[in-house]
Design a protein around this ligand. Structure first.
Ligand code: C2O
Length: 590
């Protein structure tokens, strides 16, 4: 195994999109940030040098960090944030995982521009992929372009105020040609393909909010992995990908040579009323001209020149690139079926499917208000103070009131953690018809979700416990996307459904044979999803909605997994030079 080392300098720089210069916070001047490429088994060292005006951390989304929670990168959960002009070094091994993951800043708002791909290749090389070896592997990072100040937007979001909208979506940091001042070859992502070749697209949704539909006109995808877990090959003309998810898909360049638009269209997005489809982004798949086409009028070498190539790209299909027909931006069912159609490539026996469940949580996702006069008030009344996002009516408060991150508090200052946290409730205080749309907008029945409160929510699990969680979405969320992400563990997806979770019916639909394995699961709009995980990675792990507004408003909790009985089921103690309580938090310039 090799060691892979990077230095991430976080800096502010001006970038031009949509004919306008905007100040963005990026790593090494790049958007998307640098791709980290490793082979399974490698060790990774990333020196983060913070030259931005913000406190930041970097999280390695989906990397399990087995017995290494210290490197998980969640501010005040696993570490102090890296302050302006400070450095911090992340060290971890990538073991037992392969596929596409990503990294991003784990502070409100800033992950919109502080992110990049994290690619794990198999030890035995590309020949060992459970699908034909691709000609090329291409990261396709879907995101948003913000002209707003993201830090200010983040401050507003934590106050429950949401006024901002992305100016465009992006593919690999580019906005596309749907804007007056842009032309696709200048401002859109172009993927050049050779006829007949197969490409592995490593697709990441790094956007703050929206789920996306991705299509390429005239082509189909074969999905081969999701969240760095192989799936049974699934052929589809549309990919649905929620914030935080990754999808690996094969693209075969088997259409007539020409130009084909690649469109990423946000759905379940927070949209301004005047929303137009231009909010989508267009990139392009462009066929390289074949030599036989070239030689009729030119030589092979001039054919490789830019202009001749451009003519060649137009191929036989004429001048206009072909546009795919996209699903409606309010269509959530296409996504429901896309996700429901994925199953693990591996089967029972190879999968950690546990029949015996030790702990069950029924987590109802919602919105609520914290009121000026105590904890109970009508939404919209003058007593209303703060809009919060909740799980079982409880809203996560970042542990800023304690002087040490929760992980350290758990191992070294038990009294402190007990005094400053509360338990995430196992179920909602009351069962009712959560998905009844009569609850929109904020009708009288909505009161049934009250009272709401804010606390540093934790849930403790005995080492090795098998935990089943049902996430239930509610009408109160008004169609917002809810991709629930668990750090440090894989979740086995048992089943999903529309409407209210009913154990009498749902359990019969559980897939214990070849369930999908994910680190981020999309809760269907007005529906539910049931997952299991084995709490076998000791530490303090964040569990939260990856929809940035919900996260900022408190749809989160910390899962504390206790040490097991032996050394190799326990978390090694604080790494050397790790900033701790009582130490100067000037972080390890080593
Ligand atoms: Cu990708 Cu806690 O996040």
């Amino acid at each position: 195994a090799a060691s892979v080392e990077h230095t991430f300098v976080v800096n502010q720089t001006k970038m031009t999109r949509l004919c306008k210069e905007t100040l963005v916070t990026v790593v090494n001047g790049q958007l998307p940030g640098p791709t980290i490429e490793v082979t399974e088994g490698d060790s990774v060292t990333v020196h983060v040098v913070n030259r931005s005006p913000y406190n930041i951390t970097i999280h390695w989304h989906g990397v399990k960090q087995f017995r290494n929670c210290w490197a998980d990168g969640v501010p005040m959960v696993t570490q102090y944030p890296i302050q302006p002009n400070q450095d911090f070094t992340y060290r971890f091994n990538v073991v037992g995982q392969e596929g596409t993951l990503w990294w991003h800043a784990h502070v409100p708002g800033l992950r919109a521009t502080l992110h990049g791909a994290f690619i794990i290749r198999p030890r035995l090389g590309a020949e060992s992929y459970p699908f034909p070896k691709p000609h090329k592997e291409i990261p396709v990072i879907i995101g948003d372009w913000w002209e707003e100040d993201l830090a200010e937007m983040a401050r507003n979001m934590t106050k429950g105020i949401f006024l901002s909208y992305a100016s465009s979506s992006t593919v690999n940091g580019l906005v596309g040609d749907l804007f007056n001042c842009s032309g696709v070859t200048k401002e859109g992502y172009v993927l050049d393909v050779e006829p007949g070749k197969t490409y592995l697209l490593r697709i990441i949704n790094a956007g703050l909010f929206s789920e996306f539909y991705l299509k390429i006109a005239g082509h189909k995808f074969t999905v081969v992995a999701a969240d760095a877990n192989y799936v049974s090959p699934f052929t589809t003309d549309v990919i649905a990908i929620a914030a935080g998810e990754t999808v690996d898909a094969l693209l075969i360049a088997n259409a007539a040579p020409g130009r084909y638009y690649m469109v990423a269209l946000p759905n379940q997005a927070p949209l301004p009323d005047t929303q137009t489809p231009e909010y989508a982004t267009r990139g392009m798949v462009r066929y390289k001209v074949s030599h036989s086409t070239c030689t009729s009028s030119t030589t092979v070498s001039s054919c490789q020149g830019t202009e001749e190539e451009e003519k060649g790209y137009r191929g036989t299909s004429g001048d206009a690139p072909i546009v795919p027909k996209m699903p409606d931006i309010h269509d959530t069912i296409t996504s429901f079926y896309f996700h429901g159609n994925l199953t693990s490539l591996h089967h029972q026996g190879q999968l950690p499917v546990q029949q015996q469940v030790h702990e069950r949580l029924f987590i109802v996702l919602g919105l609520g208000t914290i009121c000026k006069k105590g904890q109970f008030c009508k939404r919209g009344s003058s007593d209303e103070d703060l809009l919060v996002a909740t799980m079982n009516n409880a809203s996560f408060q970042h542990p800023t009131a304690i002087p040490t991150p929760l992980l350290e508090a758990h191992y070294y200052h038990t009294g402190l953690i007990n005094a400053t946290t509360q338990e995430l409730p196992k179920g909602p205080p009351k069962l009712f018809n959560f998905t009844d749309e009569a609850l929109i907008p904020f009708g009288p029945k909505e009161m049934q979700l009250e009272p709401t409160y804010k606390a540093t929510l934790v849930r403790r699990f005995r080492h090795g416990a098998v935990v089943e969680i049902v996430f239930q979405s509610t009408a109160i969320l008004q169609g917002d996307s809810n991709p629930m992400h668990l750090h440090g563990h894989d979740m086995i997806v048992l089943a999903q459904g529309l409407g209210n979770y009913d154990p009498a019916k749902a359990v019969a639909t559980y897939n214990l044979v070849n369930p999908l394995i994910k680190n981020t699961v999309l809760v269907p709009n007005l529906g539910w999803i049931a997952i299991r995980f084995v709490a076998n990675n000791p530490g303090a792990w964040f569990m939260h909605c990856h929809y940035e507004f919900h996260l900022s408003m408190g749809m989160a909790a910390v899962f504390i997994v206790e040490d097991g009985p032996t050394n190799d089921t326990s978390l090694p103690r604080l790494p050397v030079n790790f900033p701790t309580i009582g130490q100067d938090i000037n972080l390890m310039p080593n």
